[in-house]
Ligand binder design. Structure first.
Ligand SMILES: [Zn+2]
Length: 501
């Protein structure tokens, strides 16, 4: 009889510093067979689960596959709906399931539930019992908890940031499930959590220190065949919980002590390299001056703190205001999400001059609205087709969009937040990005894939916001203390002095 495998996902990256609650309507959710229809043959994590299941002759039980853009706490009614629907489907059917494959983010939080993934795993475990394997994939930004480790059999995190290996990790997780069901392995997990939180700015896996750390992780997997998986979850720092921070989870075959030793070893290595995780960002005015002094463009100014990909509102105005004040020329700000200004500009029409108060409307943390006067240059429906390297061929829609030409600065105003991961956005509005001297992007890391090939220089800017790189600027109340880099004693200043003398 074929093995019955549950496939499901509840996923969200929750920024607890955001004032924008995440509602059920914000989730793109598929149920039952809709999941198979949507993902079969594509390159999502779910596609990978389905592919391996087909090859292994598993009977797939599709349940709930739901994810939403990063934002604030998920409303409790939304989380209940998602979890109840998942649980009901796991429990249904006339014979018990043989395995559970889930994709969870690892940094989802709801009203009344700090550790959503722990809760999901606990509920599913309660239904399937202790002897049914649960294997889950996680984002590299997961803040992994003891509950997650105790309720799942295997957790497989992404190895890349930007995250380009979701499909591969999905294949890996599903193959681990197949090996468990054949009786080839008995996975046991252990976790180590060095006392540190790190900013996404310094988590890029093709840069140091993450490059070396991932190399060590892969070496551990290759050197010893008893090591099934080594997951380095860099963690999501914009969540104020006791368990927030970097986690190392090692899965070994039967040998828990081995798993713990390897996790501790890698955690110690990370800890020794911790000072390389200190954020290095340039103050706003300095960044603009450096950009203007660079002889060739485009210079990309990354507004890390207002990255909608990490739950920020995408309507910060501090860099825009400074550009205008400095008298920048050939600058472009991409994008400011401001539906009210978009509506006013569209009402005025192409070619009209308008004066608008743009941005700064979500909260008081990303600068005040800025008054700009300019010409409505282009109006679009905000749909474009990314030409790579991210989301290639998946039509993107950022709502009605306006290109406003002000003196020296073009501003893209959109109805929805968007971190520019494709140059297609610019071209859809008639802008050739390579002709610009300065491009401001609301993004922390994902903009790089498309912008590095054209940028003469990239400057990571220290503007204010809830996705900022300097973690010490955040008003943490619940993270465990002391923790790096918030507490001086964790910085290792004394060690540094010793090294210098
Ligand atoms: Zn992530």
């Amino acid at each position: 009889m074929s093995k019955r495998i549950v496939v499901g996902s509840i996923s969200h990256e929750t920024n607890t510093f955001s004032s924008v609650p995440t509602k059920l309507a914000d989730f793109k959710a598929q149920l039952d067979n809709e999941i198979v229809e949507t993902h079969k043959g594509a390159r999502t994590i779910c596609s990978a689960f389905l592919k391996v299941s087909e090859e292994q002759g598993f009977e797939v039980i599709p349940t709930v596959w739901a994810g939403a853009q990063p934002s604030g706490l998920v409303e409790s009614s939304a989380f209940s709906w998602l979890l109840d629907n998942l649980a009901a489907r796991v429990a249904s059917g006339n014979r018990p399931v043989d395995g559970v494959l889930l994709h969870l983010h690892g940094a989802m939080a709801a009203e009344g539930c700090d550790d959503v993934e722990g809760r999901v795993l606990e509920v599913v475990r309660g239904i399937v019992g202790d002897f049914t394997p649960i294997v889950a994939t996680l984002d590299m930004h997961a803040n992994i908890t003891e509950t997650m480790v105790s309720k799942a059999n295997v957790l497989v995190g992404y190895d890349t940031y930007p995250h380009v290996d979701g499909y591969e990790r999905g294949l890996e997780a599903a193959m681990i499930m197949a090996r468990i069901l054949r009786g080839e392995i008995v996975p046991v997990m252990a976790m180590a959590k060095p006392p540190m939180i790190t900013s996404p700015q310094v988590q890029k896996t093709s840069y140091q220190p993450m490059m070396d750390i991932m190399k060590q992780a892969h070496k551990m997997e290759e050197e010893d065949e008893r090591i099934i998986n080594v997951t380095v979850a860099a963690g999501y720092p914009f969540a104020d919980f006791e368990f927030t921070g970097t986690s190392i989870v090692v899965t070994a075959d039967k040998d828990r002590e081995l798993a713990q030793n390897k996790a501790d070893e890698l955690a110690a290595y990370l800890w020794r390299r911790r000072r390389a995780f200190l954020a290095d960002v340039t103050p706003v005015q300095e960044a603009i001056e450096e950009a203007l002094e660079t002889s060739e463009g485009p210079v990309v100014l990354a507004d890390l703190a207002d990255n909608p990909g990490g739950g920020a509102p995408c309507d910060g105005t501090v860099i825009l205001r400074a550009l205008m004040k400095t008298g920048a020329v050939d600058a472009l700000v991409a994008v400011i999400a401001d539906p009210e200004s978009v509506a006013k500009a569209i009402e005025a029409g192409v070619g009209s001059n308008v004066t608008l108060k743009v941005g700064g409307k979500t909260d008081r943390l990303h600068g005040d609205p800025v008054e700009v006067t300019g010409t409505v240059k282009t109006i679009s429906d905000g749909r474009f087709m990314p030409t790579g390297p991210m989301a290639t061929g998946l039509e993107t829609s950022i709502g009605r969009t306006v290109l406003l030409r002000c003196v020296g600065v073009d501003v893209i105003l959109s109805e929805k937040p968007y971190a520019p991961t494709s140059l297609a956005l610019y071209r859809s509005l008639g802008i050739e990005p390579e002709d610009k001297k300065i491009i401001v992007v609301k993004s922390a890391v994902h903009f790089r894939a498309a912008h590095e090939p054209i940028a003469k220089r990239i400057i990571e800017v220290d503007a204010p916001g809830i996705h900022g790189a300097r973690l010490a600027a955040f008003n943490y109340k619940r993270v465990r203390r002391p923790i790096f880099p918030l507490d001086a004693e964790m910085l290792g200043i004394a060690e540094l002095n010793k090294a210098w003398n």
